[in-house]
Write a protein that binds this ligand. Structure first.
Ligand SMILES: NC(=O)c1ccc[n+]([C@@H]2O[C@H](COP(=O)([O-])OP(=O)(O)OC[C@H]3O[C@@H](n4cnc5c(N)ncnc54)[C@H](OP(=O)(O)O)[C@@H]3O)[C@@H](O)[C@H]2O)c1
Length: 240
């Protein structure tokens, strides 16, 4: 899909990969709806991105997600792309998983993206097509102690994304996924679970730059392949 002059929704646009993606899309001439909970960060970003629209929303509140998509559609009159990026991690041994936090992670990392897709699909179908890019994780292919909830949520997202891709092909709605590896964002700091406060996040500073992942998102929008990997190691692990 052509990026210029098209309307994209980016969830989790207040930080990290979503922030970089919103900037990259705007730099390429897109109109970008910026979704996240942090109103102030969104307002600041919106002032830098011409024609953008800040929309404060918690992606785990599904009625609010649907209302946010309706608000974007009312504002621009169309929705061409959705980048499902908002997400968090949770560290806990299987023995210690808190069902409430499990629920929160699956609401944010799996159901939020599904509800957002459900909200944009009829709009895109009526327009004759669209692009949906879901931000997955290399951990979907790994067994990492303490990260079973997070990696399972991303494995679930993988399944829903590939199935949606097959279901929506006839409507010219292209569903792609991005698999980042460790990326230098606030992701480690925002992690839930033990140790309290998110624990060590120093290795994130040495990771890929969020701008690199944003580049993969733009590539996915333009080319429409099913999966994009941050490195060949992940590609091999995925068997792709
Ligand atoms: N960084 C990595 O190493 C890495 C690796 C693989 C995959 N990923 C994936 O990349 C995506 C983006 O993460 P990031 O690295 O950019 O982390 P980040 O800097 O922590 O950004 C996360 C974004 O998600 C938003 N968010 C969190 N909870 C939300 C909620 N309930 N409702 C709405 N928005 C919410 C945050 O905004 P607010 O707090 O303002 O709501 C923020 O904009 C995630 O899906 C993550 O799983 C990251």
């Amino acid at each position: 899909m052509v990026i210029k002059d098209h309307v994209f929704i980016v969830t989790g646009a207040s930080s990290g990969i979503g922030l970089s993606t919103a900037i990259a899309l705007s730099d390429r001439g897109a109109k970008v709806a910026l979704l996240a909970r942090s109103s102030e960060a969104l307002q600041t970003l919106a002032q830098q991105l011409p024609g953008s629209l800040p929309v404060t929303v918690d992606m785990t509140q599904f009625d609010r997600v649907r209302e946010a998509v309706r608000a974007v559609h009312r504002h621009y009159g169309r929705v061409d792309g959705l980048v499902n990026n908002a997400g968090r991690s949770y560290a806990a041994a299987v023995e210690e998983i808190d069902p409430a936090l499990f629920d929160e992670i699956f609401h944010l990392n799996v159901l939020g993206p599904i509800v957002a897709m459900q909200a944009v699909i009829p709009l895109m179908r009526a327009q004759g097509g669209g692009s949906i890019v879901n931000i997955n994780s290399g951990t979907a292919f790994m067994t990492v102690p303490q990260y079973s909830v997070y990696s399972s949520s991303k494995r679930a997202l993988l399944g829903f994304s590939l199935t949606a891709r097959a279901e929506l092909e006839k409507d010219r709605i292209v569903v792609s996924e991005i698999y980042p590896f460790i990326t230098a964002t606030n992701f480690g700091k925002n992690r839930m679970g033990s140790p309290a406060g998110g624990g060590p996040s120093s290795h994130y500073a040495d990771g890929d730059k969020p701008e690199f992942v944003a580049g993969l998102v733009l590539q996915a929008i333009e080319e429409g392949q099913a999966q994009y990997f941050a490195n060949d190691r992940l590609r091999k692990m995925a068997g792709a």
